[in-house]
Design a protein around this ligand. Structure first.
Ligand code: SF4
Ligand code: SF4
Length: 349
């Protein structure tokens, strides 16, 4: 298909050879999605418990829900850096945020393709699209580059608002506002009481993700943009040996991030999610490899993935058992704040 067409596309017919770790990646993503659904159910039950003043406390608020509050977590992180205090409103959110940033540094955007539940859903939609269209569709460069910059514009809007525009005093006061305390309720309400406009936007994004694989992740997710910037300083590299490479294009064809791996000596892109599909697809041994620490050490892809997952989930268990994890907001505080959230009266301070 030539470049004058609106869309470029590539075939997805190549199956990964033996030794592929993609099925393990699928189970890793499924596990993460299940954990998030479980957290969502627990949080929903906690809100039901808050509605009943006479109920015996049998449901505890799951701190993991704070993983869904990256903006508040960035506020908490700035406050922590400036004061050395882990705030007692959303401590888990900040610890999860720090851990995700560390995974991005150590393992590129591995969080996106191995753990993030939104990334997983986006991939499932993309797989559905692959089955229907048998081809992956990618906008041409003149459209792709401006669209990719959107997520950076959204990211810099938040970074500017939180890191540059707010004073230290404003950060401190914001943390203890009802608005910040209730941010997890508001996030839950987005899903359980979705507005017609938000629903239309979600449906629109799903349709766009059917047309263009990973539309949300590639063009709009500010979290992905932040993690992608770490790709340039991460000690992990995917390196191609151009002596043994037979130019079969398998790696490029399977790459969900549309990176032309067959033309580079090493993948140096903010879009690489460390999914390892390229290494899995390469038919020539030791031609595509993971190198770490200034490319001096070659690492087995399965070990790399196992260390990533151990690092992330091990950190979560560590926070759960040794803290900081649980917040110190009381049931009475939550009961006082909840009605304002449910009536839509909570306004940004
Ligand atoms: S370059 Fe390889 S690891 Fe990176 S996104 Fe593409 S297929 Fe996945
Ligand atoms: S790196 Fe491997 S998959 Fe990619 S073009 Fe070369 S031989 Fe083919």
């Amino acid at each position: 298909m030539n470049n004058t067409n609106i869309l470029e596309s590539s075939s997805t017919s190549i199956e990964p050879p033996k030794g592929s770790i993609q099925k393990y990646r699928f189970f890793s993503q499924l596990f993460s999605l299940a954990i998030n659904i479980w957290i969502g159910i627990e949080f929903y039950l906690f809100i039901q418990y808050l509605h009943n003043n006479n109920a015996v406390e049998t449901v505890v608020r799951p701190p993991g829900v704070e993983a869904w509050l990256p903006i508040g977590s960035l506020v908490s992180l700035r406050h922590y850096i400036e004061t050395g205090i882990v705030n007692n409103i959303h401590p888990a959110g900040m610890m999860i945020f720090i851990t995700i940033l560390l995974t991005a540094f150590l393992f590129k955007k591995g969080f996106c393709s191995w753990i993030c539940p939104i990334g997983f859903i986006s991939e499932l939609v993309g797989d559905f699209s692959d089955k229907i269209f048998k081809r992956r569709i990618k906008p041409p460069k003149w459209l792709d580059y401006p669209l990719r910059s959107l997520k950076y514009i959204i990211l810099f809007f938040f970074l500017n608002a939180i890191l540059l525009s707010m004073s230290s005093l404003a950060i401190e006061s914001f943390i203890y506002t009802d608005y910040n305390i209730a941010s997890d309720f508001m996030m839950m309400r987005f899903f359980t009481d979705i507005t017609p406009l938000a629903l239309k936007i979600v449906i629109g994004l799903v349709i766009l993700s059917v047309v263009i694989r990973g539309f949300w992740c590639r063009y709009l997710c500010p979290y992905g943009a932040l993690l992608g910037m770490f790709n340039f300083i991460s000690p992990t590299r995917i390196v191609r040996n151009d002596t043994s490479c037979i130019d079969c294009s398998s790696c490029t064809k399977v790459c969900p991030s549309f990176i032309k791996i067959e033309t580079v000596k090493e993948v140096y892109s903010d879009e690489c999610t460390g999914c390892m599909a390229c290494i899995d697809s390469c038919p020539v041994s030791k031609t595509l490899e993971i190198k770490v620490v200034k490319k001096s050490v070659t690492m087995n892809k399965a070990k790399w993935a196992a260390i990533l997952l151990l690092f992330f989930w091990g950190s979560m268990l560590g926070y759960k058992f040794f803290g900081p994890w649980q917040n110190e907001v009381t049931t009475e505080q939550y009961r006082r704040i909840l009605p304002s959230v449910e009536k839509g009266q909570m306004v940004h301070p």
